[in-house]
Design a protein around this ligand. Structure first.
Ligand code: HEC
Length: 134
């Protein structure tokens, strides 16, 4: 019974993940995961998540903006100075087009900055903000 539920969940998850290969597709996907309406995703909370500083894994104050730059339409850089292409889809159409990539980096970067994974709500808010930038 439990196994069956787990399998159904997995199938549903991969089905919705496969459809979520655009910024709005990801917003719909994360809203659904968070059990909120997509229209209630908050760009303001997304921006706050982007800019807020945390002790982070490296000790010093760290935010998403530390690597992705204060302006997500501009290129950022890693701690070792490697270029990171802009995060905003308006400046970089490749963003939020690959489920595996999006999931991998949300997990890694949220762990790095917040020392935990981001919630579905946070991911939805984050993309809602980035996707609104023209
Ligand atoms: C230590 C540097 C660093 C920090 C801090 C950081 N990122 Fe990133 N991020 C990267 C790198 C490197 C990549 C992968 C290279 C690339 O996609 O250009 C990336 C890629 C991403 C992607 C992939 C997007 C896509 O579709 O291509 C997302 C989402 C993301 N980061 C979210 C975040 C969030 C949310 C935070 C803050 C909680 C954050 N990042 C903080 C370095 C960082």
């Amino acid at each position: 019974m439990i196994k069956q539920i787990a399998w159904t969940g997995l199938l549903l998850l991969s089905a919705s993940a496969a459809a979520a290969d655009t910024p709005t597709g990801f917003m719909a996907h994360y809203a659904q995961q968070a059990r909120v309406a997509m229209t209630t995703l908050s760009p303001a909370r997304g921006e706050a998540l982007y800019r807020s500083e945390h002790p982070g894994r490296s000790g010093g104050a760290q935010s998403c903006a530390s690597c992705h730059s204060a302006n997500p339409k501009q290129a950022g850089q890693t701690r070792v100075g490697k270029r990171i292409e802009p995060l905003a889809p308006a400046a970089n159409p490749q963003r939020f087009s690959d489920t595996a990539k999006v999931e991998k980096w949300f997990r890694r970067n949220c762990m790095d900055v917040l020392l935990r994974e981001c919630s579905a709500q946070e991911k939805g808010d984050f993309i809602a903000w980035l996707n609104r930038i023209k």
